[in-house]
Design a protein around this ligand. Structure first.
Ligand code: GLN
Length: 495
């Protein structure tokens, strides 16, 4: 089996080659027999109902929306009315959402069918999907490692279930969320195209909050064209989210075909220094050469404050998380401890039993950073660094149209190999986090395979609200390479 894109499925549905019900059944069967633990909940009945409705709508309408009847998977961070929504946590193990997230509603309004909810790091905190209460997810590329090792590799995180599901052909696309890299890093580890839109592009209403000033939903697909199609249905102003941007809606596919022969690519020296795996560095250099063949010019640039991104993120994100997660108290949502002595003990027991170690660690760091006496020393300071990091990008974009580099310092690593070392886990996001702090759009696209047979991602960053340009740059590369077409289920070919 090779990869199947949303664009291909959309054409097949339009030409009557396949019905939405047939497609949906096919993907549900694959999910049923898969061993990746990519899904927390599979919503078969609802999916088949929506597929049937989509088929009916198609037969009675001439101009149906592009993705009518196409099945996809949703990260289990998005509330869907009447559906269990766990956010990868024991505290929400049995929580059934009373309303639907706006991005999911937008997709359903376009006739997209939801197959189920994908596995994820607990409350989206993690880079390996190993903090999920619902167990590790297997990276489908594990079996493709050179040298005979077939040990499990992590799919990345926090959107690890979404990445594994798309890569293993259990769904043609999925949603993810990216607070510090959680769309782009798993996309890089699983050979996918993952797009983090500009902050404010997609509504956060009904998306369980981790760090509200950083969280952003986005598509995880095989191709940039598919990402554009999916983003078309996800994005849009939402009165229910005060940080949602009131900008006119756009067709993100409109510039895909534009020439990039006058493109200037900025390469920040900070993204190619110590800590970058040699194999990954070579693949990224090759990808840049491919862009030069397409006419792009290269410019060395600098993001001098990027080394401050990780420390400021690990103050800001936990601070916001400690506030956001205070709502999980055993009174309003989800789990309540069975035995307790009084109200305070009920809170304590519930949160002790309901949250995993990483979530507790973040809550403690965040509460500490926000406490009186320390606020100025940590939180206020981190906000100042955030401004410097953001200014670096503004300056860089005076010299180039797009910034490129590796998405991650290394390819997918072995399950369990970093779970006892939070700092080495945090370093996964060293290139992706500055982008969230600055609110910019960015993507990871497949850029080839290491000698060990594992995918690497090329990271593309463009100015605020320039998703059409970002997708254009990604698409032009995908027209001349076929890394994105490689599937762990087939023999690897050459680009
Ligand atoms: N890995 C980062 C973290 O653990 C980013 C997570 C995310 O983007 N949701 O915070």
């Amino acid at each position: 089996m090779t990869i199947t894109t949303l664009a291909e499925l959309s054409a097949n549905l339009r030409n009557g080659k396949v019905s939405s019900v047939e497609l949906t059944k096919e993907y549900l069967d694959r999910i049923e027999s898969s061993e990746h633990n990519a899904f927390i909940s599979v919503t078969s009945d609802q999916a088949l109902k929506s597929a049937l409705a989509a088929d009916k709508q198609r037969s009675s309408e001439d101009n149906s929306s592009a993705l009518l009847g196409v099945p996809i998977a949703q990260k289990d961070i998005f509330c869907i009315e009447g559906t269990r929504t766990t956010c990868g946590s024991k505290i929400l193990e049995n929580f059934v959402a009373p309303y639907t997230a706006t991005v999911v509603q937008n997709m359903h309004n376009s006739g997209i069918v939801t197959l189920g909810k994908t596995n994820m790091d607990e409350f989206a905190m993690g880079s390996s999907n190993e903090t999920s209460y619902f167990g590790d997810v297997k990276n489908p590329w594990s079996s493709r490692q050179a040298g005979g090792s077939k040990g499990n590799l992590v799919p990345g995180g926090s959107s690890g279930g979404s990445a594994a599901a798309v890569s293993a052909g259990l769904t043609p696309a999925a949603t993810g969320t990216d607070t510090g890299g959680s769309i782009r890093q798993p996309a890089a580890f699983c050979n996918l195209t993952g797009v983090k839109p500009s902050y404010g592009r997609c509504s956060r209403y009904g998306m369980i909050a981790f760090a509200s000033s950083l969280d952003q939903a986005g598509p995880m697909t095989h191709t940039a064209e598919d990402a554009a199609l999916l983003l078309n249905t996800m994005a849009g102003f939402d009165i229910k989210d005060s940080t949602s941007l009131d900008v006119p809606s756009e067709d993100f596919t409109r510039d895909l075909g534009a020439s990039i022969n006058d493109l200037t690519i900025g390469l920040p020296s900070e993204f190619f220094g110590d800590g970058l795996d040699n194999d990954v560095a070579v693949l990224i250099e090759n990808a840049i050469k491919e862009y030069e063949k397409l006419g792009a010019k290269i410019k060395e640039i600098s993001l001098p404050n990027s080394h401050l991104a990780l420390p400021s993120y690990y103050v800001i994100a936990p601070a916001e998380a400690s506030s956001n997660l205070s709502r999980f108290d055993g009174v309003r949502y989800g789990l309540r401890a069975e035995q307790y002595t009084d109200l305070v003990d009920m809170y304590t027991q519930t949160r002790t039993q309901g949250f995993g170690d990483e979530v507790k660690r973040r809550i403690m760091i965040g509460a500490y950073a926000l406490s009186s006496g320390y606020y100025d020393a940590y939180y206020a300071q981190a906000q100042k660094l955030r401004r410097l990091i953001s200014n670096d990008f503004t300056n860089a974009f005076k010299e180039c149209d797009v910034i490129m580099g590796p998405t991650t310092p290394s390819p997918a690593f072995a399950s369990g190999s970093r779970s006892d070392d939070p700092v080495s886990m945090y370093l996964n996001d060293i290139y992706t986090i500055p982008v969230n702090l600055a609110g910019l759009p960015a993507a990871s696209i497949p850029a080839g395979f290491t000698q060990n047979g594992l995918p690497a991602g090329l990271h593309l960053i463009t100015p605020y609200l320039s998703e059409s340009k970002l997708l254009n740059i990604a698409h032009q590369y995908q027209l001349v390479t076929d890394w994105h077409r490689q599937s762990p289920l087939t023999t690897r070919g050459n680009a």
